[in-house]
Design a binder for this molecule. Sequence first.
Ligand SMILES: [Zn+2]
Length: 542
Amino acid sequence: MMRTTILLFSLIITLSSLSAQKNFTHQDTLRGSITPERSWWDLIHYDLSVEVIPSKKALKGKNIIQYKALEEGKVMQIDLQAPMQITKVTQGKSKLKVKRDGNAHFVYLKKPSKKGAVKSITVHYEGIPTESTRPPWDGGLTWAKDNNDNDLIVTTCQGDGASIWWPCKDHMYDEVDSMRMHFTVPEHLVAVGNGRHIGTKSNKNGTKTYSWKTVNPINNYGVNINVGDYVHFGEVYKGENGSLDCSYYVLRDNLQKAKAHFKQVPGMLAAFEHWFGPYPFYEDSYKLVEVPYPGMEHQSSVTYGNGYKNGYGGRDVSGTGWGYNFDFIMIHETGHEWFANNITYKDVADMWVHEGFTAYSENLYLDYHYGKEASAEYVIGTRKNIRNDRPIIGPYNVNKRGSGDMYYKGSNILHTLRTLIDDDEKWRSILRGLNKKYYHATVTTQQIEEYISEQSGMDLKTIFDQYLRSTELPYFDGKLKGKQLKYRWKDCNDDFNMPYRIFIDGKAQMLYPTTEWQTFLLENEDAVIVRDFGFYVKFNVQ
Ligand SMILES: [Zn+2]
């Protein structure tokens, strides 16, 4: 009966994911796959100029896209989402033909770019961009005001993609090696972008242009503009790679609050460098920038809107109390500098690589400052947020993410692996090793899974398959009869074989359950058997 129910259940899931698959459109494929018009050229540099016009809620600008031809090619796909419009594309002195297909624009070069050639095109654009109704979950521009009625204008675009506000190659597999940004805004406001501030120019028409640059690769959704009545302070953090410049851009009225609250930053960087290795963008500095939404992992420009308070909007996501010991947004969004900005998914289907590891970084912060027990309580506490509704890994090539369980099921997968590997120095070397091996790289989940398997010396394939690609939560099913403990895994894939630890009269015992019944012989008939909560499983021994 149970089996039938499970079969039916999985059938329903398969059917619903199939029907979801059918709903993907030609536009989803253009946006989410490496099309032939994308694959022949490699991004080298963006030089993005944008004028922000608050009176019209409009943007106008251009992006000089420098690329290298990997193969000879003539047609380039450039993405820009309606209602923004590309007004002109040029290469040298030539104006190029552009054919629009929804949000994809196919640019026809006059002459093919030869293999190995480094060239650039300039894409001019303008329009009234989509406004975000729920930043940062929903992409676009936010035209807000601060308490003194000054404009506070910011962008968010994770998921929807950077092409919601500027023209680019809007697929995560390819990153520019470096980028420059020039933001023109009314002269009484300050524009903050990614990386370092390299200059400000006053213009004759009552505007100023703020220029910023990153010398490291940057993903599209990490690029942001923040415009407001900002004031600035900073400090130098002595980290693993030397001096790290930390800059804070906050609204004028919040300067004192920010100076007190951002004292958490050095301790946070120490915790993350300990567990993940050096901050990945020393050259571009570290920044926190105040915004009118909770926050986002914009690279070397982490945006912050958590009200200068610990917790997350005043809550502790773990329900254990430990979450009140740190500012969730500061810690979580900065954790992404390692997992999202340093190591970046190629396809959003693998987004757990960003969110699972970063949700996990929250408990590593606690581990560093409050010890292992605190960190375990926190991550185990977050299990109440897991729904097991859909697989964590989404469908590929259509710009579609998997279940929101990528956050706290993701972090609990990692906590389970730490518990299983049972060697914290090895575990730390794996986390640091990932950031070294995939330094400034775009990756697939397979690369991450294989690296952890190799480095741990364990074949973790069935574990990753179970937790990332299935919604069933494995059940340790034990039966006690006299001195015999019979046990097996159930509610799982047939090949699921994760080793599992129990405590028998207080003594740790590793078992190697499969879906077949096995027997362990106890020393005493009335032994007390206790689970190890470090493993995210269901448990019953009767
Ligand atoms: Zn996140």
